[in-house]
Structures are given as structure tokens and as C-alpha cells.
Design a protein around this ligand. Structure first.
Ligand code: DON
Length: 561
């Protein structure tokens, strides 16, 4: 009897300590509190908690990313990489590039068969698709801007992994949709595999991941890049065709790069430079559509969309030809975003008529064979702002979980141009600038962005969505600055996307039918898609009132300090 009582008390305590309260909050307004917007309520709450404990936006962003690695396994990660843009209250603007890199054994033609045909299954699934993860090094590079010790920042993630949390309906659906891939790409059983389908409220407990996080808590970066975790990664590589070695892990380094900074109608835009194409594309698109006085039109009107699609077409053609890791290629950013170059590029724009993609770019497309990333926006009451986008690339990355360490590995190698003209999983083509080389970073589209007005944070924004990221961020900026929309409308109204190749224009459901019809008359091919991106946005008005909005398309959620 005593034993039973003991068991009951223990198990009820245990059940109580699980994270079963999932409270999605879509919008918070505040004048004097720090705000966190991310893809999951438990992750936003972890960030907000750090600010309550005396931390700043940088403490919050580390804790939020770590919590996402537990509660949002499709994209939150320690097995992937990303980019951070920060602006401090002393005016300092900086970026941290913690993008994955190609392993030392990687080579230009590693995904080509003996006939020279590209095998996108290998670049997208399984162990050969994995780039050397950068996220943990990214957290430590961020730490120098934070106030609290990593020990505290990692604790919420450890608790979530150890005690377990209730999966949302959307997460359950996603896990079920990928079960076949988890079964195919994992030799040993993982906590994500289940005989019966996942359903809302099921508890996901990740003991191995909790141990990995504790090793990081105890030994810092070395808890990931050396010792047991590194050995587990290297062993996982050997269970298939993986090539990442212990030395690759030990040698991983973040890069601190100068942000792209440019003026847009009196606002200062701060965004990510190469090896993400995001900031360059954003500058090109804003400047090109700036030649046409966009503010005279309405959001999603025929005129505005036609101008913006044509700006997107030209920018993405340049992405394919010129962009890659600046440590390996000639960085042409200055030229690409110069007024002179863009004015010239815009000469071929014709109102009321689609420009054929073949007229604005060079790469010859080859047939396409065939999502997940996540963004966090944060401001704190001290006036710091941070935007970070992080990814495993595809949904649950390579689908490979490191046995014994409990986390998914990315499939970021597919973001290289595996053969000139062969589209990646987002349909983007590239050439020599983005070819594979050992130690090189694959070109990204991630666009974490902070807009300043009079030197102070005005907009903090970003989104997942592969190649739709820069065009979504572009629309967010234009919606606020040109079309004067409130943050909720900006984030939740239907979006469109064009990327030079393929030639079609994607529109989200509920996109205005009259605009679609008018565009079709001008020779635009329209492709209807269910969703584009998940934007997390904070806008601060001139009186210092901040509004944080989490995208309605997912479980995204805001938390306040
Ligand atoms: O770096 C990139 O551009 C891609 N790996 C991002 C992938 C992504 O956004 C998937 N999300 N839906």
C-alpha cells in the first residue's frame, strides 16, 4: 500500500511537471516590456522568462532557439544552422553567420552519378545531405551580447526535453506525415517514431536530447563539437553514407559579417549579407520597385503586384548567377545593390506586360525533381532588437536523428547548386558561385531583418519558406512603409512570390481574384499554393508602442516579459 501511494504521488508529480499547457497568443502590444515572437508558445515563453530574470533580447534569443530545438523539431534545431541580425541600443549593428558548412570530404560533383546526372535524393535525404551544424556555435557567439550565463539559458530546453510537452495538432499531423521517412532513414528507433499515429496532446519526451543539452550546459561548445556528442554524430554518419568527421565538427567556426545596411524611404534597413542572398535580394527588390512610386498603389493591386513580381524576377536571376559564399567567390554585393546597376536592370521593365525570364538571366534550367525553417523576432525594454532565422532546411532536415543524442540533422547540402541549372528543393537554380567545395557555406535565402527609424528599432521581421523568404520579407516591409498596413494585416494577408525560375507567380489562397485575372491577361502564369511562409513581426510606432504579431498560419505565438 505504501509503495502504491509513493508511486501515485511520484507519477502525479511527474504528470504535473510535464508541459501540457499550450497557450497560443497571436498579438501583444506593449510600451515597456520585452517581446518575443516565435513558432511555438513554449519557446516564446522560454525567451520571455529570460528577460524576466534580468536578461536582454540576446539572452531571450538563445533560450528561444534552444527551446525550439525541443518543441519544434521540424525546424528548431541544434543540428542545423542559421543567421542572426542584431542591433544594440548603443547603435551597434552586427550579424552572426552560423550557417552549416560542407564537410572536408565534400566535392563539387558528389551528388552526380557516373553519367553526370544529379541525384537530388542524396542531397535531400539521409546522411550525405548533412552539412556541419553551426547552431550551437551560433548560441555561444551570441552569448557575448547577453547578460545571463548559458547554464540558465539552456535550462528551459532541458526541462522541456526531460519532462516532455504536449504536441499540438499541427505537430502531430506533421510527425505522422513523415513517419515513412523516419523509418527509412533511421537504423535505430527514435522518439519521433510511434506505432500508432501521433495526436494532439500526446507527450513527446526526449531523454537523449536532454542529455545532449546537459553536456552543452556542462562543457560549453565542446559539449557539442567534441566529446560524446561529436562521437555520436560521427557514429551516426557511419550508419550510412555520411562524411562528417570528428575534425569537421571540431573545426566549425561562426563568421561575424558586416550587415547589409541601406536606406529605404528614410528608414535604415539592416539585413543579412552573403552567404545568405536574403539581404542582397531585399535591397535589390526594394530599390527597383522604388523606381515606380509603389506607395501610390494598394497592397495586392494589379499594379503593385506586377511591379514587385518584376523586381523579384530580376533579383532572383542575379541570385542564380552571382551569389554564393563570399569566402570562396568574388563578392559583388556592392555592385548588385548600387543604384546605377539597378536602374539599368530596371530598363527592361514594361508596365502591363510580363518580361520573359529568359530575357533577364543566363542559367539554363534543367527539369525540377521535386519545408522547414523558423524565425524569431525579439525586442527588449533596453532598446535592443534581434532577428534570427534558423533551419534544418527541409522538414525535419535529413530525417536522420543522431542515435543516443536525440536530435535531427539538417539536409542543408541541397542548398548548394549540386549541378548548374538543377533546381534545389525550393526550385532555385544556381551555377558556379554556389557550387560545392569543402569548407564552403551553401547559399541561403534567409532574411532576418531589422528596420530602424531615427536609429531606433522600427520593424523586426523574418520568416521561413525557402526562396519565398526574401519576397515575404520584402512584402512585409512594403506593407508597413508604403501601404501603411498594421502589423496584423501585414503578416496575415495573402502573399505572392516569384523567383525568376520557374516562370510562374505563386499566390496564396484568398489572393484577390481580380488581380489574378488581370495578371493572367498580361501573360503571367499563376500557381495557387496553400501557404507562403510564417512571418514573425514586431513593429514599434513613433510613441514607442510595440506590437508583436505571430503568423496565423501556424502555432506561432507571442510572449511578453
Ligand atoms: O537557407 C535557406 O534558404 C533554406 N535552407 C531555408 C529553408 C526553409 O526556409 C524551409 N522552410 N520552410
Amino acid at each position: 500500500m505504501k509503495k502504491l501511494l509513493f508511486f501515485l504521488i511520484l507519477s502525479s508529480q511527474f504528470a504535473f511537471s510535464q508541459f501540457t499547457d499550450i497557450n497560443i497568443v497571436k498579438e501583444i502590444r506593449s510600451k515597456d516590456k520585452g517581446l518575443v515572437v516565435s513558432a511555438h508558445p513554449l519557446a516564446s515563453e522560454a525567451g520571455a522568462k529570460m528577460m524576466k530574470m534580468g536578461g536582454n533580447a540576446f539572452d531571450a534569443v538563445i533560450a528561444t532557439q534552444l527551446a525550439l530545438a525541443v518543441v519544434y523539431p521540424q525546424a528548431g534545431n541544434i543540428g542545423g544552422g542559421g543567421f542572426l541580425v542584431g542591433v544594440k541600443n548603443n547603435g551597434e549593428k552586427f550579424t552572426i553567420d552560423f550557417r552549416e558548412t560542407a564537410p572536408s570530404k565534400a566535392s563539387r560533383d558528389m551528388y552526380l552519378d557516373k553519367n553526370g546526372n544529379a541525384n537530388t535524393d542524396l542531397s535531400q535525404n539521409g546522411r550525405l545531405a548533412v552539412g556541419i551544424p553551426g547552431s550551437v556555435a551560433g548560441f555561444y557567439a551570441t552569448l557575448k551580447h547577453a547578460k545571463l550565463p548559458m547554464e540558465n539559458l539552456i535550462q528551459p530546453a532541458i526541462d522541456l526535453a526531460e519532462k516532455g510537452f504536449a504536441v499540438t495538432e499541427k505537430e502531430a499531423r506533421l510527425l505522422n506525415s513523415q513517419m515513412e521517412y523516419f523509418n527509412r532513414h533511421n537504423k535505430l528507433q527514435t522518439v519521433f517514431q510511434k506505432k500508432t499515429p501521433w495526436k494532439q496532446g500526446d507527450i513527446l519526451m526526449q531523454k537523449d536530447l536532454a542529455e545532449t543539452l546537459k553536456r552543452i550546459q556542462k562543457s560549453g561548445e565542446k559539449g557539442f563539437y567534441e566529446g560524446k556528442t561529436a562521437e555520436l554524430i560521427a557514429e551516426e554518419m557511419k550508419r550510412g553514407n555520411g562524411i562528417i568527421t570528428l575534425n569537421d565538427l571540431k573545426n566549425y567556426k561562426v563568421a561575424q559579417r558586416k550587415p547589409i545596411v541601406f536606406d529605404y524611404k528614410g528608414n535604415e534597413i539592416v539585413s543579412m549579407p552573403l552567404p545568405s542572398s536574403g539581404g542582397v535580394l531585399l535591397a535589390q527588390m526594394l530599390k527597383m520597385s522604388g523606381f515606380e512610386n509603389l506607395e501610390q498603389y494598394q497592397q495586392n493591386s494589379t499594379e503593385a503586384v506586377q511591379i514587385m513580381v518584376e523586381a523579384e524576377r530580376r533579383a532572383f536571376a542575379d541570385r542564380a548567377e552571382f551569389m554564393g559564399d563570399p569566402d570562396f567567390i568574388k563578392d559583388q554585393t556592392e555592385m548588385l545593390i548600387s543604384d546605377e546597376y539597378l536602374k539599368n536592370r530596371w530598363k527592361s521593365f514594361s508596365k502591363n506586360q510580363a518580361t520573359p525570364s529568359s530575357e533577364v538571366g543566363k542559367i539554363t534550367p534543367q527539369p525540377k525533381e521535386s519545408t522547414e525553417t523558423t524565425h524569431i523576432s525579439i525586442i527588449d525594454k533596453e532598446g535592443n532588437a534581434v532577428a534570427v532565422t534558423t533551419t534544418l532546411n527541409g522538414l525535419y532536415g535529413s530525417k536522420v536523428v543522431v542515435s543516443g543524442a536525440g536530435f535531427f540533422l539538417n539536409n542543408e547540402m541541397d542548398d548548394f547548386s549540386i549541378k548548374p541549372g538543377v533546381p534545389n528543393m525550393f526550385g532555385a537554380v544556381g551555377g558556379e558561385a554556389n557550387s560545392i567545395k569543402a569548407g564552403k557555406r551553401m547559399l541561403s535565402s534567409m532574411t532576418p531583418t531589422i528596420v530602424l527609424k531615427n536609429g531606433k528599432p522600427f520593424i523586426v521581421v523574418g520568416t521561413p519558406g525557402g526562396t519565398t523568404i526574401p519576397t515575404s520579407v520584402y512584402q512585409s516591409v512594403v506593407n508597413v512603409i508604403d501601404f501603411k498596413l498594421n502589423p496584423n494585416m501585414t503578416v496575415n494577408s495573402p502573399k505572392f512570390h516569384h523567383q525568376w525560375l520557374p516562370e510562374s507567380v505563386m499566390v496564396e489562397k484568398n489572393f484577390p481574384e481580380t488581380t489574378i485575372k488581370n495578371l493572367e491577361k498580361m501573360n503571367y502564369k499563376i500557381e495557387r499554393v496553400a501557404q507562403i511562409g510564417r512571418t514573425e513581426m514586431i513593429v514599434v510606432d513613433e510613441n514607442g508602442n510595440a506590437t508583436a504579431v505571430a503568423d496565423g498560419r501556424g502555432d506561432d505565438s507571442v510572449a511578453a516579459e
